[in-house]
Structure formats: C-alpha cells, structure tokens
Design a protein around this ligand. Sequence first.
Ligand code: SAH
Length: 466
Amino acid sequence: MKLFPLFADLQDRHVLVVGGGNVAARKAQSLLEAGAQVAVGAPALDTALAELAAAGRLTHLRGSFEPAWLDGAWLVIAATDDRAVNAAVHAAAQARQVFCNVVDDPQLSSFQVPSIVDRSPLMVAISSSGVAPVLARRLRERIEALLDHALGPLAELAARYRTRIRSALPELGARRRFYDWLLDGPVASLLRSRQADAAEAILNQALAQPQVSSAGRVVLVGAGPGDPGLLTLKALRALNEADVILYDRLVSQAVLSLARRDAERIEVGKRLGENHEATQARIHALMAEHARAGQHVVRLKGGDAFIFGRGGEELEYLREQDVPYEVVPGITAALACAAYAGIPLTHRDHAQSVRLVTAHCREDEDALDWDGLARGQQTLAFYMGVKQLDLLSQRLIAHGRAAGTPVALVENGSRPEQRVISGTLGELPALAQRHSVQAPALLIVGEVAGLARTLHWYGRHLTAEG
Ligand code: SAH
C-alpha cells in the first residue's frame, strides 16, 4: 500500500489553498463544505472565489506565495498553473510538516484527494494513488450508478436509532439480522419511494416487536427493448440486489447478464398449451411465494411494465396479498424502436399526437376505434404479432387512411440484429412477407415513418425496392 487512506475532520481547522482560478475555487468549495476555515492565497481571485471572499466565507491572502501563509494550517492545496510556485508550496509545507496536495502532481504531493461517491453520512473514496486519475473517475461513475440515493437517509436513520436498536436487540446475531432487514427490507424500500415518515414508523413498529419478519418485496422492473444501455440506473440496481428474477421471454440475454450472479433466474413466459390466465396465475403465485420467503424478487418485463405488460394486474395482486412493491419504468418498444429507426414520433409538420395501440384484429376482441385511428396528423405505434399486419393494413385503409401513408416495421428494435423496413400502408403485407419479418416487431404508421429513409442510423434499413 503506497498511501494510507483516511477521512480527515476539517471542521473549523485552517486550510490553505494557493491559486485563484477555477481549480482552486473547486477545492475551496469542497473544503468549505467540510466546514474548514479556508484561506486562499493568490495575487487575484476569479469571480467564484472573489464572491466567496466578499461574502466572508473565506479569507483572501493577496500577493505571491510566502511560507508564512502556512502558519496555523493543517493542510495545503496548491492549485496554480506555475510549477515553480507549486514546488515552493510543496517545499515550505514539507519543512513545516504540513500535508500538501499539488493538483495533478503526485510527486509534489504528500496526500491525494480521492474521487468520492457522496451518500452522506456514507462516503466512498477512490484512489489510484495519484497515478491513474481517469481510471479512478471511471470507477467512481460505476459506483455512483450502483448506490442509490436512499443510502444516505438510510445510514442517517440507522445512526439515529443505533442505541435503541442495541437495547432492543442485545444479542449480536439477532442485531445483525435486524440490520440486514433494515438495509434490505421495507424501510429501505420506503426511503427510496421518498416516504421517510412511513419508513420510520415501520422501524419503530419492528423495534416494538423485534423478531424480524423476513419481509421480501417485489420490484416490477421495465427491462427496455433489448439494448442493455437503455436500462435505467434503478433497474440496474434492482438487478444487482435481486435474489430471484422472474423474466418474460421478451427480455434480452444482454440485460439478464447484468443481474447479480447468484440470483435465481426463472423464465415465466407462456408455456406450451397454457392459456394467458394460467400463465398470469402462475406468475402471481411465484412472486408472492418468493417474497414471503423473504427474498428480493425482480419481476422483469420487456419494455415498460405498464405498457401492454399486465403490470397493473400484478400490482393489484400484490396489493391484495400485502406484499410490498416498487415500480421501475422502462423504455417502451415504441420509444426505443422510433429512436433507433430515426423516426421522431411527433413532428410539427406531420403529427401532433401519438397513439400506442395493441392490435388483435380478431372479430371477437376487436374493440378498436378504427375511424379514430385512420385519421391523419397522428402517429400510430402498433404492438402486435406479425400475423396481424394484413388485417391491420386493410382496416386502416377501409376506414380512410390513405394507402400511400408511410409505414416502418421495426424488427428486434435496439438489438444488434435490428432491421427497419420502410414502405407504405398499402404494400405492408407484401413487404412483411418478402422480408419474412419475425417477432418482436413494432409497426409505425404515419408521415413521420417516412423519415426513417433519411434519418435511420442503426442496424439495417430495407425498402420495397430492396
Ligand atoms: N411492455 C412491452 C410491450 C409488450 S407487448 C413494452 O413496453 O415494450 C409485446 C410487443 O411489443 C411485441 O409483440 C412487439 O410488437 C413489441 N416489442 C417489444 N420489444 C420489441 C423490440 N425490441 N422490437 C420491436 N418490437 C418490440
């Protein structure tokens, strides 16, 4: 170990910053946040520093560096662009045994300022011992993404209740299990949902009867259309914390591979010969069963769980069963397919509204307002099986949408094998057949669909001509 890590308490301690530019300003700002008494030494100060000095938040030592500036200082940071000045600061600090950091110069520094992830009171500091700051910053971004913002309030709550928890649970093993429950269970979940009062109420309740109920929960997560880059940070965190993942067939392998290694993965798509209701009942039972066993269940669905995903029914069931839940939205197929095909769903000249439609086109189930759908100046995004294309095109034309209206079929949107097929409403069935379009595919109908011809940028683009 080249450097010894430590967290310094700078409250009311004198710290010197040498330099008057924006780097110095950034350093001064974070020192002030830590409660330090900051003096900034420089011939002149940039606006940000000058404002802080005028407001009395820091002292300005005007002029060129002199060793006497170090009197009474616990630390010094040199942030000038003049190496000779930086070296002089380093030498003077060395002589007085004051810790010195020269920005971006490990050789002249006796301490390094780490990259941090701040979930105060919880703090993660990362150092590359001054040799690879870019790497440290990368790592910081990753950790930043993984730690959710409820961690700070959670740590603060745990600190406030520490004595009470200790006296309610004097035995160490039981106390550990209680802390696990506190960090993983409904309290953390409520804090993430910004319900601090309810979180504290549950904590109090649990302390009154401290045999921990192993409360699991379900997070309904939208996995997006396939490209793992389209997951939200929250989705990624949920996948990292999951014990069990119940996923649909539509969820991509690339997304699943981001989940915690030891999480149990269960595919819950429709089985051969099973009807939708039986599938849904099986999913409900699995969610409840695992959550009751104290596990973190992620219910992972393609796109967004609330867009043609039966997410509503699943929540209704969980609510009925008193299983706590959270919802993480995902990027729905229409948004992703449009973006990855270069089709703006609305456009000042062509479409003032968008409709997300699921089309069955079967006589008995067809409750769609075809007259409304056939109207112009709007974009339609159809979520459907490929078999429906024929009827869909016929109905829209029969109800008045022009056969020449541009359409785009987006197959495997956002995935490496994505294909976009451009044509018109009239030629749609022939087009789909000619290019043997496979599920999952999304159909976009409306003038904007024509823009894919010029704006497409991802994967393959095909037309009636070839
Ligand atoms: N909840 C999902 C939709 C489920 S319905 C969402 O929000 O996206 C399933 C239909 O979505 C498929 O039949 C197809 O029309 C569409 N779909 C889902 N993922 C897709 C993808 N990657 N590319 C094209 N269409 C997709």
